[in-house]
Design a binder for this molecule. Sequence first.
Ligand code: PBG
Length: 334
Amino acid sequence: MLVRPRRNRKSASVRALVRENKVTGDDLIMPLFLVEGKKVNEVIQSLPVANRQSLDTIMKEIAECLKLGVHSFIMFPKIPDEFKDKTATYSYDPKNFYLKAATKIKKKYPSITLISDVALDPYSIDGHDGIVRNGEIKNDETLDVLEKMAVAQADAGFDVLGPSDMMDGRIEAIRDALDVEGHSNVSIMSYTAKYASGFYGPFRDALDSAPVNDPNIPKDKKTYQMDPANATEALIEAELDSLEGADFLMVKPAINYLDIIRLLKENSTLPIAAYHVSGECAMLIAACQNGWLEYTSVMPEALLSIKRAGADVIITYFAKDFMKLQLNKKVSLK
Ligand code: PBG
């Protein structure tokens, strides 16, 4: 035999030399769930690697992540019901605790990258990412709210805005609104190919943000999020987002959509982000808690698969545990 591929696998040192992909702290974005109050650190039953946290607890969480080498964060708010309405007005209210928290976080940690969520669902009594009227999600009226929300978030100090709503034309609308208000340096990480997936369950539990159960309200998000059967359509979204001024293109979910990550990577020169979503993490955790899989083995393998598929950036609830493993620290599931 002239060619023996096993020679390049013969020792840890040789394997390290020929290794094609590596996940590092620079690639990772840690999600944070913000709630009002003080000293809150509630475990989310269906997602035991993430907690709902008040600002003081989030400050400590960020410090811990920085020590581990994670310096990018995406923050989502859990909005009390009394602040919710049909048109998400609280999302751009200067009194909004989420906006105030962003300002304080950036003041304390100016060097981190802090990413927002631009969508109506946390603030909407209907639980949708757009304005609902006569049982329909109104695209163009929603853009007006998204513009106000985006400007308020930029004013608050977010470095990158993350429109997760999937309305048509939102990237251009947000980009224009930001530029007019003097925020030309604020970036946009667009949820470009966001699928109408069943894997968002634990996230909606965490934020209490699922579509409400009402015959006049669409029960799912299928008229705006993409059909899981489609791949080519992701290229339309990618082309639009690029032309409209997005700085990153995101694919979501990640593990069940590795083909889409690869497709966008090969068809765009923009950095590709992948959102390893709550349900994808939850099923892995559940199997590990049952002793059916080994956490320290499958968790890094899952992140590596996302990187290998072509993602430059990975949003994952495992960011902290992954870095602990890298640093030979102990990790355990609650
Ligand atoms: C809502 C939003 C969702 C997620 C991120 N932003 C849920 C949804 O679209 O219903 C899901 C993230 C996850 O499951 O981890 N705009």
